[in-house]
Design a protein. Sequence first.
Length: 176
Amino acid sequence: MNNKNTMFEMYFRRYKNLVIRAVMKKSQDYQLAQEICQQVFCSFYFHIDEVDEDLVKVWLMKTTRNALVDYLRKPSTRNEVVLADDLRESGNTLAHTAVEYCEDKVINQDLTGRILREVKEANASWYEVLLLICVYGMSREEAAKRLQISDQVLRARLYRARKFVREKFGDEYWNN
């Protein structure tokens, strides 16, 4: 196991309950707390090299707060978390599962990053639409309003952007 995974597991074991308690205090929803904990630690895994060791707890709490605020602003984006029985165990099993999940997320984020870079180079207006709808999860109506364009123009840009992605990344995108 590499050093990044070891550090991640150490921080995960140390702070996962703190993150869950922070969300529970505000929401009284254990499944939501688990979901946000997972999001926070996936983000942490991706940024672990950038976070100063002395500020890990602060970073995690700030990220937890932001994730909860985002969730509360968009209740329609809630996804239920269903844990398998073996994930309910404390200790190493959960930490290893979290590492594997986060590694998969990083790989997918790498593909997403490459796709977004290519789309941005091809057409900046397509990029804006994809970013707002596919990355930030805005509705078409919200995105059109934010970009100050009609819904028809937004739909056309989204169609062209998706067509570009299918043509350029077809097999690689569908195999991930």
